[in-house]
Write a protein that binds this ligand. Sequence first.
Ligand code: ADP
Length: 488
Amino acid sequence: MNILTATAELTPIAQAGGLGDVAAFLPREFEKLGHNSIIVLPKYRSIDINKWGFKNTHKTIIVQMGYWNEYALLWEGTLPNSNVKVYLVEHNGYFDRAGIYGDPIEFGDNDRRFIFFSKAIFEVCKALGFKPDIIHAHDFHTAFTMAFLKEFYRSDPMFSNTAGVYTIHNLAYQGKFNPDTALLYSGIPLSKFQPYSPYEYYGMVNAMKVGIMMADKITTVSPTYAQEIRWSYFGEGLDGVINSRAADFIGILNGIDYDEWNPATDKYISYNYNFGEFQIKSQNKYKLLRDYGLDEGDNLDLPLISMVTRLTDQKGVDLVMARLEELLSHQNFRFFLLGSGNYNYENFFRYLSQRFPKNALNYIGYNAALSHQVIAASDFFLMPSRFEPCGLTQMYSLRYGTIPIARQTGGIADSVFEYDYNYQSGNGFTFWQYNADDMAYAISRALSIYNNQPHWNKIRENAMSHNLAASTTASKYLEVYNWAKEKI
Ligand code: ADP
């Protein structure tokens, strides 16, 4: 199959979050399975052209925006660890600036930038002579490709057999645009801006809605999140829209990159370990604690619970704030936070470290190497998320034999299962309600397995043997592609 991935992020070339990981591992797996897969990405200023080996193709493309044309250049490179071709669309007016989306305040012209990019996708295909079977768009940035395919391009022989697949990574970011400009840039006639149409959403244009309504098939990043967002609590105002497409909608759990996250070969950790080598795993804990000034007199064997996270409301930090101080004063464990974000949350963890200098450690900031070290070093990984479309860190933890203590929402509910002492099944400790007491109880249950050697080993073996391979995810996407092709 000829598969085109249209994305605003791509790990490691232009990294911002989980979307970039998926946009990279799927094409890599498709290639292994013999498919012809390419990726198209904007040429952001932050992309290191030399480091990643991009070359100017000297091909120009013409993109019709409303009633005028705009011109872009095409660069070609290769996705690391693969032969997958990556094409960068150069339009310096839109993309030669600091940042990808604008942070903390989104760029005011994100409608124009991403509508331009979404239309450029089709012109890239023409310039390359690439006739896609599938155009796979991700999140609101490339959602308009789904509309352009149906409105403008399917009549072109180049795209007459092309199906559109759209993936929701996080419904919280929708791309709500001013209709006057969004319709003008996209070339969608104003007459189509009607209530209940794909283009109207409470007087605005909502790119996420456009993607959901216009795709042949829609996916999201876990089966549980696919169910949750059909209800108003999780639906972010789009639950009705999602329900209207329920017959074409499915959740597929993300996989993880087994090369990047492998305790046996991880280049960031000091003591590599294989399945069941828990003695070696603990060396990583001792190392981390020594790095933080502790020594043998400090009982380095205490259980270590960690979090590696953006410090935002989504991640359940308020539950942690409600109970962690009390837990640390009554129970024997250590806590390590690696994270940054909300200042109040950051300062809470600074305060905690001041109150428990040897038992509450933190690194406030973003540090990729340390994220590997902390996950390898820890016994437990705390993840009390309010919502979690998929979540990667609980899966990294499982792979490293680090036991999640996690709230059953979204992708966590599809990957972490309560340990059962009778059947010796399960790989974590879980709670359902968004409630600090339930979280505290899950922490207590987790701590009580720590000195119960046979079960402590068993739960970690269960965790490390849980299948999280990207290849499993990729084969499910291929099924969706075939399903999408049936429709056209
Ligand atoms: P989300 O995408 O909602 O932030 P995920 O669990 O899907 O949550 O992915 C988070 C990714 O970001 C993981 O790879 C995690 O290791 C990484 N990460 C988050 N915070 C930090 C940090 N402070 N330092 C290093 N890596 C971090």
